[in-house]
Design a protein around this ligand. Structure first.
Ligand SMILES: C[S@@+](CC[C@H](N)C(=O)[O-])C[C@H]1O[C@@H](n2cnc3c(N)ncnc32)[C@H](O)[C@@H]1O
Length: 227
């Protein structure tokens, strides 16, 4: 299982952004949409053993997180706009539920999660709640090894060596958007993760990092070297 957590520092939480201007009105939600697409989509198919959580910290109602679960996910297309629409739809449904709690239609879409509280299933494989970065890190740390992707991290050979002695199937990679992690976020990451990984000397786009991780792990799996 491969999980990715991406922090959207300015990603809008409500009111919803325009699908015609994801970067501007969405607070760089285009970065999150591209990351979701590359995490799941292959040329002719989808990777099911993947979960992506976007942590939205922008105005006006932070935090929110939207989790995309590969085994259940439907309506994911290669274009950024329609992926943006899945997130936008989640924000709209969450807000409608919050402002009209008596609406019965939401009851069957609520899923109780011990750490994340009530998650609303906004469409197949898409869940939204108001948990923040700390809860998301705690949730994934309970059943996976957390690895922070950061320019100043350790090199790959180091990580492969360390994980060999501490093997678990589930890996969760933590990324930021176009901003650095804040000092508070770094403290939280250090609390839950003892691994940091650099993918090389250049600063890369978040979605490109995800492609590299998939490629590295795909090749390790082919060679049957457990990461
Ligand atoms: C566009 S970069 C962030 C911007 C950058 N920190 C800056 O302000 O110049 C997006 C994210 O991808 C990941 N990333 C980018 N380059 C990386 C590298 N060489 N090694 C590991 N992770 C990287 C990090 O999580 C980073 O926060």
């Amino acid at each position: 299982m491969r999980n990715f957590i991406i922090v959207g520092h300015r990603a809008v939480t409500y009111p919803p952004f325009s699908l015609n201007d994801l970067p501007g009105t969405g607070g760089r939600v285009d970065i999150l949409a591209r990351s979701i697409n590359v995490a799941f989509l292959l040329s002719h198919g989808m990777r099911e053993g993947v979960e992506v959580t976007t942590v939205l910290l922008g105005p006006e109602d932070p935090p929110k997180n939207i989790r995309f679960i590969g085994t259940e996910l439907k309506y994911l297309n290669p274009d950024e706009r329609s992926t943006g629409a899945l997130s936008r739809n989640a924000l709209i449904k969450y807000n409608t539920m919050k402002t009209n709690p008596e609406k019965k239609q939401f009851e069957r879409s609520l899923v109780q999660n011990d750490i994340l509280g009530n998650e609303l299933r906004s469409s197949p494989g898409v869940y939204i709640s108001n948990s923040g970065f700390a809860e998301i890190l705690r949730y994934y740390s309970e059943h996976s090894i957390l690895v922070c992707l950061i320019e100043k991290g350790s090199d790959l050979s180091n990580l492969t060596e360390q994980l060999k002695n501490n093997y678990k199937q589930n890996l969760t990679f933590i990324l930021s958007d176009d901003k650095d992690f804040t000092a508070e976020e770094e403290d939280l990451i250090n609390k839950y993760s003892k691994f940091s990984l650099s993918l090389g000397p250049q600063t890369l786009h978040s979605d490109h990092c995800i492609i590299l991780i998939h490629n590295i792990l795909d090749n390790l799996e082919i060679k049957n070297i457990k990461p």
